[in-house]
Design a protein around this ligand. Structure first.
Ligand code: SF4
Length: 283
């Protein structure tokens, strides 16, 4: 009985995302934005007054996510664990941003700023993916596999089914059987012990199927280097379609990656099959 007054007091808590913008507020650290090294186009030659700070940021980055190559600064969100050091050391270049829609179609899409070649390859990949997943836009079943996670991503994945995110309202359901799954959601660094089970899970899924790798660990191994026990991400174990950066990515970030992978979301910068004509009526 206490649930009734509580429900009346709080009203509807379920997010309206993706129909309506939603988020965690300006204090949330969703990703690192590369800002104002140069005011125009991608490529970004480094300003002389920023060089020292950038060099310090690149040297201090614990995962080597920042590269300064030939006067160009690039940040690999697939390696960024959101520690914030670069933001503190070079605030004129790196900015903590609350945005969570950072999923990338393919590994290269996580490197920012993108080059013209990256954009062209992305457009082609998006078209191919859109054709492949055309039948998956109304309702999808997701099989989640932990391939050596530290558990952080699992908390965020589990949150997707709570009343706030409530992914069932979008036709997204989790399934225990790979034979019923359309989407393989993988977390973790890709440990040797999970190599075969992950591959078997993928092989048992019917076509069409898509693979979403959630978290920096799954994208690159994060702080765990490739070695005898870990593969430095899951991209070499199964064919990943969409990468979701973050350490861990937020539930909205994971949801963005899943919806974009199956074409329920339209293209927003990096990711997503083309939006269906009836997107407004999508569940
Ligand atoms: S926030 Fe990311 S890019 Fe910046 S120093 Fe930390 S890991 Fe490196």
């Amino acid at each position: 009985m206490p649930w009734i007054p509580r429900g009346l007091r709080h009203g509807i808590v379920t997010s309206g995302y993706p129909r309506r913008p939603d988020g965690y507020g300006p204090g949330f650290f969703g990703h690192v934005e590369v800002a104002s090294v140069r005011s125009d186009a991608p490529g970004m030659p480094v300003r002389s007054d920023a060089t020292e700070a950038l060099a310090a940021a690149a040297a201090e980055c614990p995962t080597g996510a920042i590269t300064l190559d030939g006067g160009v600064v690039r940040l690999d969100r697939g390696r960024c664990i959101l520690c914030g050091r670069c933001v503190a050391l070079a605030p004129s270049t790196f900015r903590a941003d609350p945005g969570f829609e950072t999923s990338g179609l393919g590994r290269a899409a996580l490197v920012v700023p993108a080059t013209d070649d990256d954009e062209t390859a992305l457009a082609e990949a998006r078209t191919r993916l859109a054709a492949r997943v055309r039948g998956l836009r109304r309702s999808i079943h997701v099989r989640h596999v932990d391939a050596g996670s530290d558990g952080a991503e699992e908390w965020e994945v589990a949150a997707l089914t709570n009343p706030v995110y409530d992914v069932q309202r979008l036709g997204v359901f989790f399934t225990a059987s790979p034979k019923h799954a359309d989407v393989l959601l993988v977390t973790g660094v890709g440990t040797a012990g999970m190599e075969a089970p992950l591959r078997q899970t993928y092989d048992l899924m019917p076509e069409p199927k898509v693979v979403v790798a959630a978290g920096v660990d799954a994208a690159s191994g994060g702080m765990v280097h490739e070695g005898y026990a870990a593969r430095g991400g899951v991209g070499g174990l199964v064919p990943v379609d969409v990468y979701v950066p973050g350490s861990p990515p937020s539930p909205f970030g994971i949801l963005h990656g899943i919806l974009a992978a199956v074409g329920i979301l339209g293209s927003r910068r990096h990711v997503g099959a083309e939006a269906p004509k009836d997107a407004a009526a999508a569940p």
